[in-house]
Design a protein around this ligand. Structure first.
Ligand SMILES: O=P(O)(O)OC[C@H]1O[C@H](O[C@H]2O[C@H](CO)[C@@H](O)[C@H](O)[C@H]2O)[C@H](O)[C@@H](O)[C@@H]1O
Length: 410
């Protein structure tokens, strides 16, 4: 969800980071659906009108607060009929109606299998909330060994990619499977197979090596947003003493984060429980562990920092505010890019399946739904409108679904 109420979306101008728009053109086949906001052709920048008041008024505060509250509802408890006098609550009725609209991918597996007959499955998986359960500390969102083993097996039969909001490096550290493709920063950092025509057409696509020394294509559509060289030089010039402190700000600079990360760390450091995470092309401001009374303070501080930057925008994930470049790129575009990289686009015999739990995954569900080419599967049990076709309750059910998928191997 974009937080752009009252035309005052916290978008940022970074005068020190000039953006070379002409370098951001790309192959037209990577624009399968019309962009959600205005685009500056031929690049992939979005323009968002903004007002520079810097103050979250009461009205907008309450909109933000509502969005913050509803951003990660707890899983629905299954109501048990122990007394034989079960009378469903309104919530049960709503849940059952929702399940009828987004049936379980496990219960509907036969239907999926029928559709997959004679087709090659391409699998796309989100990480947090999909392969690993949502936990309070983002550094501890480990996937189970059983899940890893099943993802490994499924990747043996079907091309499989992880598309995460985390940095590509970080999600790889969690997953540690070399047989997958990885897209980090909500698809803004993709390591995929080598395809000549793609790397020739896209200026931000380069030939690179993966961890195993295998040749890959590295596509970073928001490449222009990495810190300017001067900042790196400045970091290099820091004293050894400063370096050894291993401060959050130093680590961020070293890993290529923009100045906005440091500003966000600085402006939230007195808010107990707030955590700022550097995801390379995006920055996450977590408020899951912040007292609810201070949530609007978090929103206000983030808003204040962002009002000075024109090339960044704010979206909302599960108890997290996500700062990202204003470019027309998302997980949906990443799926299209990867299908093309894998040589699987424009093929009638390919069935892409995308499994994800978050609002950012909706872009991918939408691409599959609109192209009428595969299935989005929403992970969660809280009724919400989605572009997915099916649902799974939680990562445990995701694992069951992966096991079922393996029965479809040739
Ligand atoms: O696209 P994803 O792989 O789902 O990444 C989205 C964000 O996931 C992480 O945050 C979420 O999971 C955390 C661990 O369970 C949880 O503590 C947090 O509240 C959730 O929002 C990650 O830390 C973010 O950087 C990602 O953007």
């Amino acid at each position: 969800m974009d937080l752009k109420s009252n035309h005052a979306a916290p978008v940022l101008t970074d005068p020190a980071a000039p953006i070379n728009k002409s370098r951001l053109g790309m192959h037209s086949s990577l624009f399968p659906c019309s962009p959600p906001l205005a685009v500056l052709p031929p690049g992939i920048f979005l323009t968002i009108p903004r007002k520079k008041t810097g103050i979250l008024d009461e009205f907008r505060s309450s909109i933000w607060l509502d969005a913050m509250k509803s951003s990660s509802p707890p899983p629905k408890k299954i109501t048990k009929d122990v007394s034989n006098e079960y009378s469903p609550t309104d919530a049960d009725v709503a849940y059952n109606a929702w399940m009828a609209k987004y049936p379980s991918a496990i219960a509907s597996f036969e239907q999926i299998a029928n559709h997959a007959k004679g087709k090659r499955i391409a699998l796309f998986l989100d990480y947090d909330g999909t392969l690993s359960p949502i936990v309070d500390n983002p550094e501890c969102a480990f996937m189970s060994d059983a899940m890893r083993a099943n993802v490994k097996k499924v990747a043996k039969y079907f091309p499989t990619a992880i598309i995460s909001g985390r940095s590509r490096e970080k999600v790889y550290e969690f997953v540690r499977l070399t047989e997958l493709y990885y897209a980090g920063s909500h698809g803004m950092d993709i390591m995929g197979p080598v395809r000549e025509h793609i790397s020739n057409d896209l200026p931000n696509c380069i030939r690179s090596m993966d961890e195993q020394g295998k040749e890959v294509n590295l596509f970073q559509p928001a490449g222009e947003f990495l810190p300017v060289i001067e900042e790196r030089k400045q970091a290099d010039a820091e004293s050894e003493a400063e370096r050894s402190e291993e401060s959050v700000a130093y680590q961020a600079e070293r890993s290529g984060t923009t100045r906005v990360f440091r500003s966000l760390v600085q402006c939230t450091k007195d808010i107990v429980g707030a955590k700022v995470e550097n995801n390379k092309f995006c920055v996450s401001v977590h408020y899951r562990n912040v007292d609810e009374k201070s949530w609007t303070v978090v929103a206000q501080r983030v808003h204040d920092v962002l009002k000075d930057y024109a090339h960044l925008r704010l979206t909302h994930g599960r108890k997290v505010l996500e700062v990202r470049p204003v470019i027309n790129w998302d997980k949906g575009k990443a799926v299209t890019f990867l299908l093309e990289s894998l040589g699987l686009s424009h093929c009638d015999d390919v069935l892409p399946i995308y499994v994800g739990d978050d609002r950012t995954d909706e872009d991918a569900f939408k691409v599959l739904r609109e192209g009428n080419r595969g299935y989005g599967i929403l992970v969660g049990s809280a009724p919400k409108e989605s572009n997915a076709a099916y649902s799974l309750r939680d990562p445990l059910e995701v694992m069951e679904f992966l096991k079922s998928l393996m029965t479809l191997k040739k």
